[in-house]
Design a protein around this ligand. Structure first.
Ligand code: CO
Length: 287
């Protein structure tokens, strides 16, 4: 368990550091990179690319290397980051409000707090969803129903169970020592996200021999450095041509999966998110 506790401490410190950097006029890419440097300087690995998703985008917005995007007045910024220590993961998120959406931000924060209060060995998963749903709807917002928390194992960011943001009827029970992340999303919109544009966040599916030399080099680099954890295109030390050819080939062959950006179905909506990682029956590692 020590590795999970250490990963959680690093993730927590990086989150507190990162949320202070998100300010009107600051560069999205630079803030992202500063946070990732913080994680590595604390002795952690990057469990997945640091994401800062804005306004109607609920998740998976990762800075591109040539992005000149800056935070602006009114933005609702979800900072979701992950640190790992020997493969054990701390997954945590916070919302930074650059406008006047404090009630929306409070909705996901309250939901996370209320959910953590009831987590213990033997509790049914549906109970967590019920609490999240009640907290968010009581403030007049919609929980996002097709996003949720998840189990984790070493080097695996998403394993069973999935932890819904509503009462899904799942009667399976949490067990002592299980690692879970709880992540309520509150929305002013429909409560559903769709698969948007590609995010430049990838994950290794399997390793096998490939003929193309760019693809082969990328595969080797990913397997050695990230194993089965998600990584960003901007982490790869290859030239533009190698990346274009190699990545599209690996994607086509099913060796790499690329995640999509996840916007709210309703245009113009705003989404907030909070997340912690827990060891069931023991502690919140990312507090
Ligand atoms: Co998560």
């Amino acid at each position: 368990m020590q590795d999970w506790i250490k990963a959680g401490e690093i993730a927590s410190e990086a989150r507190e550091f990162g949320k202070k950097l998100i300010k009107v006029g600051k560069s999205h890419l630079e803030v992202t990179q500063e946070i990732e440097e913080k994680i590595t300087s604390l002795g952690g690995g990057l469990a997945f690319p640091t994401q800062i998703s804005i306004n109607n985008v609920a998740a998976h917005y990762n800075a591109k290397i040539d992005s000149d995007f800056k935070f602006k007045e009114g933005d609702v910024c979800k900072l979701d980051l992950g640190a790992h220590f020997n493969g054990a993961i701390g997954d945590t998120a916070v919302t930074v409000d650059l406008g006047d959406n404090s009630k929306l931000v409070r909705a996901s924060a309250n939901a996370l707090k209320a959910a953590i209060e009831i987590v213990k060995p033997g509790i049914e998963i549906r109970e967590i969803g019920k609490v999240v749903y009640n907290e968010i709807t009581s403030l007049g917002f919609s929980p996002i129903r097709n996003l949720g928390g998840h189990g984790m194992e070493k080097w695996q960011i998403h394993t069973s169970p999935s932890i819904p943001n509503f009462d899904s009827g799942d009667r399976s029970k949490l067990v002592k020592g299980q690692i879970i992340a709880i992540e309520p999303f509150a929305s002013t919109g429909s409560g559903l996200v769709y698969e948007g544009k590609p995010s430049e966040i990838y994950q290794l599916q399997k390793v096998k021999n490939v003929r193309d030399s760019s693809a082969r080099k990328i595969l080797k680099f990913v397997d050695e450095n990230y194993k089965t954890l998600p990584f960003a295109k901007r982490y790869l030390p290859f030239n533009k041509l190698q990346l274009t050819v190699g990545l599209s080939l690996l994607k086509r062959q099913g060796l790499l999966h690329e995640y999509n950006i996840l916007p709210e179905k309703k245009d113009g909506s705003l989404v907030s998110q909070h997340e912690h990682t827990l060891i069931v029956g023991e502690q919140v590692t990312t507090e």
